[in-house]
Design a protein around this ligand. Sequence first.
Ligand code: ZN
Length: 368
Amino acid sequence: MRWSFQIGKLFGIPIRLHATFLLLLLFIGIVGSRHGGGSGAIFGMISIVFIFFCVVLHEIGHSLAAVHYGIDVKDIVLMPIGGVSRMEDIPEDPKKEIVISVVGPLVSFGLALVFLIIAQATGQSVSIRQLSIYQANLVANLFWINLILGIFNLVPAFPMDGGRVLRGLLSTGMDSLRATKIAVSVGQVFAILLFFFGIFFNWWMALIAVFIYLGAEGEERMMALRTTLGKSPVRLAMITDVHTVSPDQTIGQVLESICHGFQQDFPVVERGELVGLLTKEAVFEALHKHQKSALVRDTMQRDFTWTTEEASLSDIFRKMVAEKLSVMPVMRGRELRGLINLEQIGKYHMVCQEADRTSSRQRGRTNA
Ligand code: ZN
C-alpha cells in the first residue's frame, strides 16, 4: 500500500503504518495540549499508541484464523480509522468467513476483560464518566475502548466484521452475490444513520461512516466481478487471434503493428517457440529513449508469467491485479494458444452482465 512503511512483524505477519497515522498522532497531541497542556498531549499520544496496539492484536486475531484456513495474509496496515488485514482471498466457505470475522471482536472482548481485571487488582475505577484519552487513566481507557471496539465491529454492517458474519450466515441459504448485496445494503443504511449522528455529535463518526459506505460499495463491486467470472476458464475471454513478433524485428516495426492493429502487447516467438513477451510499456520506454531501431530481442521480457486455457479467470484476474501484470500468454504445453489481459477480462465481465440482465428481463416478462 502506498504511503505506508513496515514497523515490525508479529507472528510472522508484517505490520505496516500508514503515513496519515502520524497526522493522527499530531492531531491528538494538539487537541491534548488544549485539554491539559503538555501532559494532556503526552497522555493522548501514549493512549493512541496503546489503542492501536490493541487494534493490531484484533487484526492478528483475524489474520491467524485466516492463516489457519490456508489463506495468505499479506500484512496488517494501520490507518487513522483503524486497522486492515490484507488477505489474499475471501474464503469460499461461509463458515470460515464467519470464524475469521468473529475472532477479531473476540480478541477485543478478551483484552477488555484483561484490562478490567488489571483495574480491579490495582484498585482503579473504570467509570465511563472518566473516559478521556487525555488523562492518566490508561487502564480504564483501554477497557472501554476494547469493549466499544468489540461491540462496534459486531454491528452487522458491511465491511465491518459483523457485516461479514451476516454475509456468511446469509450465504448458507442463498448465493453469495445476493448475500453480499443484502449485507452491503444493511451496511450502507447503517453508514447513512451513523453519518447523520456524527454530524451532530461527533465528526470522527461521520468520517468513519463515509469509509464504511465506500468500503461496502467496493466490496459489492468486487463480489459481482468474482461471481460473474465465477468458474469461467481463461479460454472464454482470451484473445485467440494473436499477432506475434520475432526477436529480430525492431521496435519501430512493432510500433507500426500497434498503430494498425488492436493488439498492444506481443508474444515473441522464435522457431515456433515462445521466448519472450513484449509489453506496450516496454515499447514506449524504448521509444522514450529514442531506440526505435532497438531489437525486440533486447527489449522483451524473458522472465514472464503465463497461464493455461483452463485456469480460472477470477484467479487470474486477482493475480494480475495483485502482481500488477498487464498481460499474460496463455499456453497449452509449449504451444501458445492466446493472450489474456485486464481489458479482455473487463469486456468478458460486461458481456456476461448484459446477458444476465437480458435473461432476467425476459424471466420478468414471462412471469407477468
Ligand atoms: Zn475486525
